[in-house]
Design a protein around this ligand. Sequence first.
Ligand code: TEU
Length: 544
Amino acid sequence: MPSNQKSSLKKHWSSEAIAYQIYPMSFKDSNGDGKGDLRGIIEKLDYLNGSQNSLGINTVWICPFYKSPMIDFGYDVMDFKDVDPIFGTIEDFEELVEGLHQRGIKIIIDFVGNHTSDKHPWFKESRSSKSNPKRDWYIWRDAGPDDGLPNNWISVFGGPAWQFDPITKQYYLHSFLSEQPDLNWHNPELRQEMMDVIDFWVKKGVDGFRVDAFLNFVEDKLFREDPINPFYQKDGENAYNSLMHKHSLGDLAENTPINQFLKEVLKKHEDVLIVCEAYIGPEDMHRLHKLYNSERFTVFNFNFINSKIEVGRYKEAIDKYLTKPPENFLPNFVIGNHDVDRVATRLSAPEAKILAFLQFTLPGMPFIYYGEELGMTNTSVPREALKDMIAQMFPGFHPGRDPERTPMQWDNSKYSGFSTNKPWLPINQNYKNINVVSENQEENSTLSLYKRMIAFRKGSEVLTRGEYFPRNSASPNVISFERVFDNKRLLVLANMGNEVEREILPIDKERIDIIFSTNYKSHHRKSLVSVELLPFEGCIIEVE
Ligand code: TEU
């Protein structure tokens, strides 16, 4: 059995980080306009950490709060260095950072550098004439031969990725909405300006950046056509999937301008963490990690963001990701975000909890999407109340992302304690039971379980720093592994199924100590050398 694994020692704060994603429009409204804001987050700091009843997280990622026309709810930025009046002021942001840091919470913000809003002054200049100095900051092409489009590239949200602009009679590229023109990262002046943006926020105390749409930053310089995807099923699939994005997405391991830029950010700002958003598999994640070779760099691990639990596939994904890791590897596990159905809706409530248990017992940063800790589910939003453009672009096919973005459920008062006025999106009808106040009072609630899991992880060097060793288990429904640090060994068992499972433990001891269980009634029990796991129960056993 491996002894002290010094290689797993990590000193940067990210090695102990437990991150919480806040979608600011939906977290807490402080001024009664029905939309969340920065002062709202300030009001709720004690909920996050630093007081007796806190959740206990130590890192937040706050989604965009920059000046924006809000076509993509903040992912269409008009000014990278200012706060949108909906969310407050730059002074509010400074106060927020101070409050977070006082409570030992690091702050990660979005770096939305692939595109701007079409209302951004840079784009206004760029589109004004072919000779404008900012023309090359965006991607402009002449019309192509047949339908006029420069090539066959498709935008992530469906439809051509090119928009004709009558002013100069050329097309501009937009990987997302046509209101989100792509920036040209080959342009050195643009990169310089973006470095200023990073410096600006680091100066304000920001500890890390989540790089939005990382793979979209750099396209093929020759603008070659994307090949057809032979597996595409026309009905019920986004047209984006009809092509393989060989040329419209950047090459992962290449020394592209964005990779050079991010490496420079890491070098310049010695404590800053970078988290890249890219939907890729374990091998590709490793390639990227190797390229950066830094414990301050990670790529979101979205391998748990699936429609249903397939234990075999999960085991494989975990093992591929964690065994033979690249040097200075900082892993992470994500089970939900503002772009996908909430985990308790995608799966069932007990499945969501056992997945969270894995997040807190595996190595790497867990990311909690606000409300996940309550078991919040998707909200069905009536057609007339839908806000997300995707829902409007694919009526009847894609419900958009509003259902997973509805307001945080704080208590059982009108508007769930989120606002004093009608919120921008409807509150889920289950808020009378699923809310912070009620769940704080129940030992058996999802919130109480999250608090126990977070506290346990924070108190366990083995879980935060230990090596990972996969283990075979008798049942195909049980995921099992060991964590080892400094001659201490923990065995983790997670029953991913809805039947009782018996695990016989290959341990030379008469009795073993179960030091944690997701089952609130039995979180500390002694047992013989076999363990009975209840449906969807996860437990941690002290081996040495
Ligand atoms: O998302 C990028 C991305 O890949 C997503 O578009 C995803 O495929 C899509 O939302 C399907 O549900 C980032 C942000 O997370 C997203 O909210 C933004 O809309 C997008 O970039 C554009 O900035």
